[in-house]
Design a protein around this ligand. Structure first.
Ligand code: NAD
Length: 497
């Protein structure tokens, strides 16, 4: 029996799901790992066991791939029309909406995030499936005028069997970012959630079945990078791997693809995004935006504005405002909907604490935070918002992705300087600029080597807008029309007239 805060009542379906024995979805059957192995998933708010989850190895992944290949060849491609695919995906969104509360509770229990923030994630995932349900019937080719008496047309065809590997920070949303376009394009899928947060993916599997997707179209295997993830990336009969996670694992995935069947790879990786505030910015809007861009999701966000640069004229004012706001943020078990929940795991908490120690050792000035929360929160993996002030962009905390509630703040003087400093990173996922000068804002956006730039805003997303990184932040763009390219291949057909 899991312990929950007083006055909180979990949905009956959440309790039932947690009390049932957890299985993986392979070929339409809910199965244990062939080896019988399991791994625990814990509640990061108190370290308690939530469930034992099957630990898939090569044998289980092989079974999932065979089921997916069979479904692709015998049903999904030949018998299910694009319109039917669209209606199946739409049906799934209705079931997800029905079970919104269950998804929210499972996400909060497994990941730690506040219940009210989990709601945004689940609604975002539903919107994503809705958006791509519309795409299923609109994937078109072209006719191409050639310099001879021939007819040439192109088709966009499904890739076949795709492996989808997702991280733990937005567990359900990341599943949606991959599954929705992959299914809309007509692929069959092997989904692997992160080992820290498998619950919402498994619950989604129940609804995928209820919606009526044919057996084997979506298979869900659970387990860590080794052996489960590696069995996917090195598989000879998987046509593509779509991965979201760290840059270090992204490199391994490219290597595994190269060494196996040269499967296609798309990567959404880490970031170290600059958030730049000019002295002519609307400081009221800045304080609101910067507050969340620095600490949202307890800092476990790939686009986190973890490098904050503030014009020297307003530096003291912004730093003080940021500190005061950070100290007001509430930390608690996510089920009580505080501002911030715990870090996802003890390991992640310790990684972040090590970075904080390195910031102090390297001479950055600690403004607030900096230590694990104590007292009532000491059973969970809580770190309060932490702010460093510094003058050295080569510090480890400024160069490396921390993936926790830690922001480094530094003053700057002029435009050329800040463009150079903003781009002084191996990452290129996102950036933001705050100024009332529209021409300066656009000049900054043009100069910034990042896949997304926000002007006088932060963390805006829409399923229709492509998202992905420059430089070591990734390869390929998810979302919008771009994701259709990620999950199709183009065929040119020549006709002699
Ligand atoms: P991670 O790279 O450790 O793990 C991500 C996934 O990869 C997990 O499912 C894991 O089991 C699997 N994996 C690990 N090793 C593997 C291997 N050798 N082969 C195959 N699969 C393997 O990342 P994480 O700690 O779960 O997530 C945090 C990272 O994800 C951060 O770097 C963050 O920036 C990044 N992220 C990026 C985006 C984006 O859209 N760019 C979004 C969310 C998270």
């Amino acid at each position: 029996m899991i312990s929950i805060p007083n006055d909180i009542q979990l949905h009956d379906k959440t309790i039932q799901f947690l009390e049932s024995s957890q299985k993986m979805l392979i070929g339409g059957e809910w199965v244990s790992a062939k080896s019988g192995a399991t791994f625990p998933t814990l509640n990061p708010a108190n370290g308690e066991l939530l469930a034992e989850i099957p630990l898939a190895d090569t044998t289980d992944v092989n079974a999932a791939v065979s089921a997916a290949r069979k479904a692709f060849d015998s049903i999904w491609l030949p018998k299910i029309t694009p319109a039917k695919r669209a209606s199946l995906i739409w049906k799934l969104t209705e079931l997800m909406k029905r079970d919104l509360q269950v998804f929210m509770e499972l996400e909060t229990l497994d990941n730690g995030k506040p219940l009210n923030k989990a709601k945004y994630d689940v609604l975002g995932a539903i919107n994503h499936f809705r958006y791509y349900s519309g795409w299923a019937t609109k994937i078109e080719g072209a006719t191409i005028p050639v310099s001879s008496n021939k007819l040439v047309y192109t088709k966009k065809e499904a890739l076949g069997v795709v492996g989808l590997i997702v991280p733990w920070n937005f567990p359900l949303m990341m599943c949606a970012w991959k599954l929705a376009p992959a299914l809309a394009c007509g692929n069959c899928c092997i989904l692997k959630p992160a080992e820290q947060t498998p619950l919402t993916a498994l619950y989604l599997g129940k609804l995928i079945q209820e919606a009526g997707f044919p057996d084997g179209v979506v298979n869900i295997v659970t387990g860590p990078g080794t052996p489960t993830g590696e069995a996917i990336t090195s598989h000879m009969d998987i046509d593509k791997v779509s991965f979201t996670g760290s840059t270090i694992v992204g490199r391994k995935i490219m290597a595994a693809a190269a060494q196996s069947n040269l499967k296609k790879v798309s990567l959404e990786l880490g970031g170290k995004s600059p958030n730049v505030i000019f002295d002519d910015a609307d400081l009221k809007a800045v304080m609101k935006g910067v507050h969340w861009s620095s600490f949202y999701n307890t800092g476990q966000e790939c686009t986190l504005g973890s490098r904050l640069y503030v014009h020297r004229k307003v530096y003291d004012q912004v730093l003080e405002g940021l500190k005061v706001n950070a100290q007001k943020l509430t930390l608690a078990n996510g089920l009580t909907s505080p501002d911030l929940g715990p870090m996802v795991s003890e390991k992640q908490m310790n990684t972040v604490l090590d970075y904080i120690a390195s910031g102090q050792e390297e001479g950055a000035e600690l403004i607030t935070g900096g230590a694990r929360a104590t007292g009532e929160l000491s059973n969970g993996y809580f770190i309060p918002p932490t702010i460093f002030s510094h003058n050295d962009d080569q510090l480890k905390i400024v160069q490396e992705e921390i993936f926790g509630p830690v922001v480094s703040v530094s003053p700057f003087e002029d435009f050329e300087e800040i463009v150079h400093r903003a781009n002084d990173t191996r990452y290129g996922l996102a950036a933001a600029v705050w100024t009332k000068d529209i021409s300066k804002a656009h000049r900054f956006a043009n100069a910034c080597k990042a896949g997304t730039v926000w002007i006088n805003a932060y963390d805006l997303f829409d399923p229709a807008v492509p998202f992905g990184g420059y430089k070591e932040s990734g390869i390929g763009k998810e979302m919008g029309k771009s994701a259709i390219d990620l999950y199709t291949q183009e065929k040119a057909v020549w006709v002699a007239l």
